[in-house]
Design a protein around this ligand. Structure first.
Ligand SMILES: [Zn+2]
Length: 166
């Protein structure tokens, strides 16, 4: 896998991730709509698009269906915008690293084993491994388990930072 190809969601644009050198980026029409105001003021972005470094590509319906089904299963569907679903679908379709800080986007990615990169508050890249856990029993579950099998309490989400590999 070429590790210099990244799928960018809106938060990745806000964080300026598209300025990373020697990389190629993909995003969807819906994400581009969301970040239109940056686009207007950014000559960099315009150049990236016209030079083919940033490619606008929309995912096929099968991938969108897969993402919607998974988000339903995980209970994340109401927290995902149409743009979120489009970028998840593209990352799933292309099997490339998705750059996002959105909690629900990352949860669905984790479940489908889509590789992700998040940008910490300090702008530093973090890889996050998401788990659900029971606050009472401390038992860990996969992100799809929303109730503790021991005590029946609702599980909470949390993540562990992993050393970036890209
Ligand atoms: Zn429990």
């Amino acid at each position: 896998m070429d590790s210099n190809i990244f799928i960018l969601d809106s938060s990745a644009f806000y964080a300026g991730f598209y300025r990373s050198l020697n990389s190629k980026f993909y995003t969807t029409t819906s994400i581009l709509q969301e970040i239109k105001h940056i686009l207007k003021s950014s000559l960099t972005l315009e150049i990236l698009i016209s030079s083919g470094v940033l490619v606008i590509q929309d995912p096929p319906k099968e991938s969108i269906d897969k993402i919607i089904n998974t988000a339903n299963l995980l209970g994340d569907i109401k927290k995902l915008s149409q743009a979120d679903i489009s970028i998840l679908s593209l990352a799933y379709e292309m099997n490339r690293i998705l750059v996002s800080n959105d909690y629900s986007v990352l949860n669905v990615s984790n479940f489908l084993k889509i590789k992700t990169i998040s940008l910490g508050n300090d702008g530093i890249i973090e890889l996050r491994k998401w788990k659900n856990f029971c606050k009472t029993c401390r038992k860990q579950y996969s992100p799809s388990i929303r109730e503790c099998t021991i005590c029946g309490n609702l599980t909470k989400r949390n993540y562990k930072k992993i050393r970036p590999t890209v």
